[in-house]
Design a protein around this ligand. Structure first.
Ligand code: HEC
Length: 203
């Protein structure tokens, strides 16, 4: 078995070396055939119409590595908000508006390290107000995604996210807090803070 490990280690090291060599010293050779083909494509790009209705809508397809320690997000009351597409100010404006609103695409909201909702493009899932629901495992080495999706996603206890969050009054865009119409969690604020502070991922 040890022999196998060594073979893997050597294979990985060797392929890493090969890729590094391609990126650095191989650059000049690799760009030569490209250059002839980029000349016509540059001129056709210049003639192309300005991006308009044909541009794909902004969206975000999370990978596990995009989740971080929740303390890197912005705390609002007792949950954490971020935006991975540069719309943090808009997201915070909605979070801080007592009348609610629709969160911008790319917003991530977490109450605890193990659950997150992330706003997808408009129309992605009307049943969840376009939120993608995530059940996560957080450890000192990072995040793994246990499950993800829209209306069918369940948390680590097998409870369906949407069945609780859909009780939020519609102007609050699936965000429950304590006053938006959802049944309260059986956790008081002190316990929630303990769970938040125990996020094991690097700050
Ligand atoms: C048993 C019902 C229930 C389930 C199941 C549930 N939640 Fe929640 N969730 C709540 C309630 C209630 C709150 C508000 C708690 C508070 O603020 O004290 C909340 C808070 C949150 C928040 C912070 C923003 C907000 O709505 O207040 C996020 C994000 C969140 N939940 C995501 C999820 C995800 C993702 C899942 C599934 C993986 C999930 N929840 C499962 C009831 C639930």
């Amino acid at each position: 078995m040890r022999g196998h490990l060594w073979i893997w280690a050597l294979t990985l090291a060797a392929s890493a070396g090969v890729f590094a060599a391609c990126g650095s010293s191989g650059g000049g050779v690799a760009t030569a055939p490209h250059e002839s083909s980029t000349v016509p494509s540059v001129s056709s790009t210049a003639a192309a119409p300005a991006p308009s209705s044909t541009a794909p809508p902004e969206d975000i397809n999370m990978t596990a590595a995009m989740f971080t320690n929740i303390h890197r997000l912005t705390k609002v009351r007792h949950f954490y908000v971020g935006n991975l597409l540069g719309h943090l100010a808009d997201a915070l404006a909605v979070a801080n508006d007592p009348k609610g609103g629709v969160y911008p695409v790319g917003t991530i909201i977490q109450l605890v390290p193990q659950e997150a909702m992330v706003k997808r493009r408009a129309g992605w899932s009307p049943a969840t107000h376009d939120w993608e629901m995530f059940s996560l495992t957080a450890s000192a080495t990072g995040t793994t995604i246990r499950s993800r999706g829209a209306a069918k996603t369940v948390n680590a206890f097998g409870l369906n996210c949407a069945s609780c969050h859909s009780a939020a009054e519609s102007q609050f865009d699936f965000v429950c807090e304590t006053t938006h119409g959802c049944a309260p969690l059986p956790l008081n604020d002190a316990v929630i803070k303990q769970i938040q502070d125990a996020d094991p991922r690097p700050k």
